[in-house]
Design a protein around this ligand. Structure first.
Ligand SMILES: C[S@@+](CC[C@H](N)C(=O)[O-])C[C@H]1O[C@@H](n2cnc3c(N)ncnc32)[C@H](O)[C@@H]1O
Length: 233
């Protein structure tokens, strides 16, 4: 499942962009329909507010249709959202003007100066990024010393993730893959293909250590997505 040859990461980024462009117009509606998604905004606010004060600068990487960014703006933070999908950014701009939104080129570099942000958040995004260490180094660069990083990533301890691993193995069997691709499972199949990073909490701890962060505590299991809090060292 992981990109291996030289042009595969770029192809992966292009496919991810097309996937989320297709989902963009309905993304905010998922927050209304799915209680777990509805809680995302509050989950990030609760994670940030012990560290930040009103007026803190927050970057939301992979902001999607901007609902978390807008929520954090209403709490008094100065929020910038950036996303690979131009259509997601279009939706984010439509839903309010408190936060600033930019399209991200997907080239592994952030269009921001060093030491600007008090916090970087990324809600359910690093699972899609071909080289997570590269972007974490960028997060570290744009964060101030002791800045906060909040990530949600797939929690491999969760039952749902264990079932997902079985589906991934079945996908490798071509007839099964093509039958599913024609069915209502199409979106799920694309998701499994593009959401390629699956690491244990210990592996995330090592990746964060290697990129200039320290994980605050080993988080408890909270559902299919775990919230990781780290500080810039
Ligand atoms: C599952 S959605 C989450 C959106 C939003 N963070 C939320 O919680 O509602 C993943 C988002 O990450 C963006 N994304 C995926 N790969 C990315 C990359 N390499 N760089 C930046 N954004 C990316 C997608 O365009 C999409 O908007």
């Amino acid at each position: 499942m992981k990109p291996s040859d030289d042009d595969q990461p770029q192809r992966h980024v292009e496919e991810t962009k097309a996937f989320f462009d297709d989902l963009a117009s309905g993304w905010s509606g998922r927050y209304a329909a799915d209680p777990a998604m509805h809680k995302r905004s509050e989950r990030f606010y609760n994670g940030l507010h012990p560290y930040l004060s009103v007026g803190s600068q927050v970057l939301d990487f992979g902001c999607g249709s901007g609902l978390v960014a807008h929520h954090l703006s209403t709490k008094g933070y100065l929020v910038t959202g950036i996303d690979l999908s131009p259509k997601m950014i279009g939706q984010a701009r439509l839903s309010g003007d408190r936060a600033n939104f930019f399209v991200y080129e997907g080239d592994g570099t952030l269009p921001f100066d060093d030491d600007v942000y008090d916090a970087v958040i990324s809600s359910s995004v690093l699972e899609y990024v071909p080289n997570p260490k590269e972007i974490l180094l960028e997060f570290r660069r744009v964060l101030k010393d002791e800045g906060v990083l909040l990530l949600t990533v797939p929690d491999m301890r969760n039952r749902f993730r264990k079932k997902e691993s079985i589906k991934r193995s079945l996908m490798l069997f071509p007839p099964f893959y093509y039958v599913l691709k024609m069915s209502r499972w199409k979106e799920g199949l694309e998701y499994l293909k593009l959401s390629c990073n699956r690491f244990s909490i210990r592996e995330w701890q090592t990746i964060l250590d290697d990129t200039g962060f320290g994980m605050e505590t080993v988080p408890d299991q909270q559902g299919p997505l775990v919230l990781i809090t780290a500080r810039a060292k």
